[in-house]
Design a protein around this ligand. Sequence first.
Ligand code: FAD
Length: 515
Amino acid sequence: MVSRASRPLTLLWFRDDLRVTDHEALTAARDDGDVVAIWVREERDAEGRGPRPLGAATRWWAHESLQVLGTELDELGIPLLFAAGTATQIIPEVAADLEADTVRWSRRYAPASRALDEAVARELEARGIASEGSPGSLLVEPWEVEPSSASAYYKVFTPYWNAARQVSVDLPLPAVTAQSLPRDIRDRVERVRRENAHLLAEIDDLELLEAGTGPASTRFTPRSGAGGGAKESSLGEGDPRFPWWEDTIARYWTPGCVGAREAVDRLGERIAGYAEDRDFPGDPEGTSALSPRLRFGEISPRQLLAEVDALGDVGAGDREAWVRQIYWREFAWHLTYHVPDLDWRPMRPEFADFPYEDDPEALAAWQAGRTGIALVDAGMRQLWQTGWMHNRVRMVAASLLSKNLLLPWQLGEQWFWDTLVDADEANNPVSWQWVAGCGADASPFFRVFNPERQRVRFDPDGVYVRQWLEGDAGEGAGGVDAGDDSDGGAVAPIVDLGESRQAALAAYDAMKSAQ
Ligand code: FAD
């Protein structure tokens, strides 16, 4: 048995896995010995390695969720440290100062994040500190399924789903047990917290609630100059529209693993009837609303799979339909693992030359929910108010932007990146590329959603449109009063749906004939 004095110390680097249950890296760290935890507000390093910087709404979520995690860890006797900057510097220096034996983390899969984690591991090794990544955010790691064809990865969902489902998924792990840190380690942690220049005294020092510079990660510059180069976030510093979210999204969500647990307890109610109800945005209980929980790893997909299996009173068809969506998320990460720069580079290379328009006014109207097209405007205001939008409406709003308005899909993707609480490095760009027709297994370009027909079909009683176009929510995004357009009538449509559809198809033909 290891004597208490020589118990190994692990630095657990939390990232998108803000939970203490079903956490392989944390469980392994506790099995080894004592644990100190850290979360870093990361910037990409000089070589562009690291995750895409958080958007405005996810910064809010992270701030709130980390507070809850801090409390949970406190109860377990695990100190949580905070730092901001480039992890390639911070993690090795903090680990060395703490005299940690090992640094552990849950793996992440985007190429730029993998490159950063590899650099951190090398730096740790040079200092004689071990490191280990564990699975934590997916059911199936991207390399666990490979097509039999010459392609290195699946480009079509259904064969992916058929293969991925064959990979067995372990049962979730229990919550880790509490620890009692020896006095000397507690003193060391406090000394390092005071003396290490990277470490911040408290969560507020992360400045997650400050107006930021937004997703500076983007390297997308529209060929036509649409959006003025779009290097800056649309919710940038000094922008009067920058919300403090207290009057809007904070009213709708309780971030953190306690709120996640409550949401999971209601999973049965939410997904009973899912196969039918999931497309109707007016039904607030029609989908699980678990996406920000999955985004931040407050709950693992493995826990959800176990939960859904145990829902005896939900029909097999509904369970299957819901699990299929969980595998869409897996598929998005499979693609993201294999394909770099999905947030700006179209998967179908011919779309790099697509003749998009440069129309900042149309973009602003779309962002503010002032297009005069009721379903889209309702969706864009739901997004602004709640940080979330129903999937069906996301598809319709994205189709209007990239096809009827002929704006570069990357501009819409950036807006979603800044305003969605579930903004995800895989799901957001993959879904945008899917709608814009330039992605893997994409909806064919000629499938231009007709938002009016979609409204009649999926919001037949007008419940959704009325909810978001009337009352407080009737204010356009950014506080712009959009007037009384609850029937989509008071604000004249900024685009003729029929003509713009024809124009989109003509632009597509022009792109093809130019190849
Ligand atoms: P449920 O219907 O209850 O589904 C359960 C879970 O499955 C979701 O939480 C999500 O993790 C996953 N899922 C569901 N639908 C999809 C899908 N189509 N693709 C991938 N995963 C899915 N989802 C995000 O998590 N983050 C994003 O940034 C994001 N951006 C999107 C942008 C566009 C243009 C579109 C069309 C879709 C986007 N989605 C994104 C996918 C989808 O809209 C959301 O996952 C879903 O609306 C979340 O609601 P829910 O948790 O109630 O989902």
